[in-house]
Design a protein around this ligand. Structure first.
Ligand code: SF4
Length: 621
């Protein structure tokens, strides 16, 4: 089918069997690729025994999937998925970079990794040649070291094997840092220095498989498209649209560190005890003048160029370097920890990158620990001697390292906020869940709902099939541009949704048609295909297990903190009203075809052809 390389690679690290997998055109038409296809693959593999599959066991599948639009729609991404060690459901987590394009040029639409290696390994793919190579020498290395060693090693390998081709451009690499190796549930699958598939915790899944990295170099062309002239015209339209947003290209999301707090009152401040601040030291001008040494930098073929390179040139944090921070990192390893200077924020971001941790999930659990310390629930002794005061970047960095290596209290916090709250609650004989700002095991993105001035609605996280993920929120109507029904298309075609801002949605479906030849309308997508993917994700989320199960009557809810009034700022006193949440949830359930308890209805599943899902959910009804 046009737009697809036509085959996927499956590597079983227990048996070292390597094989190719193909899907029918019908499956690709229905599930597209990326997140949608991940839901289908995972359901078909594990289905009715979903609850028994340990996300950190050898049975879980790690999926690295492109979509038909990867390599064509400007901006490069790859979708990482599997059974999530955070939610125990399925999360489609995308990461920027060239990996997806290289993989398609190597002749594969995606990679499935099953089993568990006996010793650390990495996969090296050069077109049709696939090798499982020893990774003992890079196990334990941090992000920048891993990228440096693997880039050098694989370029030398290519040069030796293909001397007639001279010097090779660097291959694309997905890898884990120490956190992933230690199966930390907030570990990322990373690309470059700090690009990260963070939601889901798939770095821990890679670590459980002893898979340090996947390296790919493709020399073939991208797959055929249905209408090349239309593809070229549409690429130009996407680029023209991006070129109109000068500040967006210059700053990316980096103006948010000040503005989301100061203007919208929806930024996490000191573990969400507040969502407003007026710290001008955190303004975009401060980042631009003090730490950003490179701007207008983008992933493959991207006109938006939202990336930055930040370096601290003097002072306590001199030498810290990161390719960002973007808004989420400004917020979660900045304001959420009481840090309000670009230098300390860049330092924290570089520590988080190097350890292979997720800035959002780790910033969330660090903020949670700091609030427990503030309240005297966790003592200096509990924290292995760390005085965890707001704004002390060095103290937070020490704790982040403990998390990555599962040392002392870090072993508890490495389980992520929800599981850590359960454990600390048991140890202290106290309910600490009121301080855990998460939904179904996933720390919420840095966009609060109390002021109702940011884009998520008051039920958005509670009802999302990806839980606290700010890139996939529940919204009404279902075809709203913010809705996860729409975002699933971006995650399944596997494109960067930043490049869809300001574009009519019809243009994205035109792009899909130009690449694949398949006509698709927004209505058809939202009401049938996205709906099917949503039901699959919802079913696997509710089946959950083996360590935790979610009861939608309890867990389809906001973190308790969002029901507390905002303490300061222009929206002081504003809180989410539970009665309104319940009312909106009821409407959302009805729209999406779930019963009053939030379980997908039998007739809806059968209409969508998901009879086996219906059968598996009988035990929950
Ligand atoms: S908009 Fe930013 S994150 Fe998206 S592809 Fe472009 S550079 Fe990468």
């Amino acid at each position: 089918m046009c737009g697809y390389a036509g085959k996927f690679l499956e590597v079983n690290l227990s048996t070292m069997e390597i094989k190719e997998v193909r899907f029918s055109d019908e499956v690709l038409k229905d599930y597209v690729g990326g997140r949608g296809l991940a839901a289908k693959i995972l359901w078909d593999r594990f289905g009715s025994r979903w609850e028994t599959v340990d996300p950190l066991g050898s049975e879980n599948l790690l999926l690295l999937l492109t979509g038909p639009l990867t390599g064509f729609f400007p901006g490069g991404r790859i979708c990482v998925s599997g059974k999530s060690p955070q939610s125990n459901g399925v999360i489609g987590s995308t990461v920027g970079g060239e990996f997806g394009v290289e993989l398609k040029c190597a002749g594969y639409d995606g990679i499935f990794v099953s089993g568990e290696a006996e010793k650390p390994v990495y996969l090296f793919i050069k077109d049709g040649d696939v090798e499982v190579r020893d990774a003992s020498h890079i196990w334990g290395l941090d992000a920048k070291q891993t990228v440096a060693v693997l880039t050098r090693e694989c370029r030398e390998l290519l040069k030796k094997r293909f001397p007639q081709k001279g010097e090779w451009r660097e291959p694309a690499i997905l890898y884990i840092g120490p956190a992933g190796e230690n199966k930390v549930r907030t570990a990322v699958v990373a690309a470059k220095w700090s690009h990260a598939a963070g939601y889901g915790g798939y770095g821990a899944v890679m670590g459980a498989k002893k898979l340090k990295a996947v390296v790919v170099k493709g020399t073939g062309p991208l797959p055929e498209v249905a209408d090349m002239e239309a593809v070229k015209r549409l690429i130009q339209e996407v680029c023209n649209n991006a070129y109109e947003s000068e500040l967006w290209r210059r700053w990316g999301t980096g103006s948010g560190g000040y503005e989301v707090g100061a203007k919208s009152s929806s930024e996490p401040v000191r573990n969400w005890q507040d969502e407003w601040h007026d710290e001008k030291s955190f303004g975009v001008d401060q980042f631009e003048n003090r730490v950003w040494v490179k701007q207008y930098w983008g992933d493959f073929g991207c006109p938006t160029t939202c990336l930055k390179l930040a370096v601290v040139r003097a002072g306590r944090f001199k030498g810290a370097i990161t390719d960002n921070p973007d808004y989420e990192l400004q917020a979660y390893v900045g304001t959420n920890l009481g840090i309000f200077t670009p230098e300390a924020n860049v330092y924290m971001a570089s520590v988080i990158d190097d350890l292979g941790l997720c800035g959002i999930q780790t910033g969330n659990v660090l903020g949670f620990a700091a609030e427990l310390y503030q309240r005297g629930i966790l003592t200096k002794e509990d924290l292995d001697g760390v005085e965890l005061k707001w704004g002390d970047a060095e103290a937070f960095a020490v704790l982040a390292k403990k998390i990555a290596y599962r040392e002392g209290v870090g072993d508890i916090l490495a389980e992520g906020t929800y599981r850590a709250a359960l454990k600390i609650g048991r140890l202290k004989g106290l309910d600490v869940m009121p301080y855990a700002v998460q939904v179904k095991g996933v720390g919420v993105g840095a966009h609060g709902i109390r002021s109702e001035k940011d884009y998520p609605e008051i039920y958005s996280y509670a009802c999302s099939v990806q839980c606290g993920d700010h890139t996939s929120i529940a919204c009404m109507p279902l075809d709203d541009s913010r809705s996860e029904h729409i975002r699933i298309f971006d995650d399944s075609g596997v494109i960067c949704f930043f490049n869809t801002f300001g574009l009519p949605r019809a243009l994205v479906f035109d792009f899909y048609k130009a690449v694949t030849g398949i006509e698709l309308t927004k209505e058809e997508w939202v009401n049938t295909k996205a709906m099917k993917i949503i039901q699959l994700q919802r079913a696997m989320l509710l089946l959950g297990g083996p360590d935790l199960r979610w009861n939608p009557e309890i867990h389809d809810d906001n973190p308790p903190r969002f029901y507390e009034p905002l303490p300061s700022g222009p929206f002081k006193g504003k809180a989410v009203e539970r009665a309104r949440v319940d009312e909106e949830k009821r409407k959302y359930y009805e729209l999406v075809g779930w019963d009053e308890r939030g379980i997908p209805k039998s007739e809806v599943l059968r209409r969508l052809g998901l009879d086996d899902v219906d059968k598996a959910l009988e035990k929950l009804r």
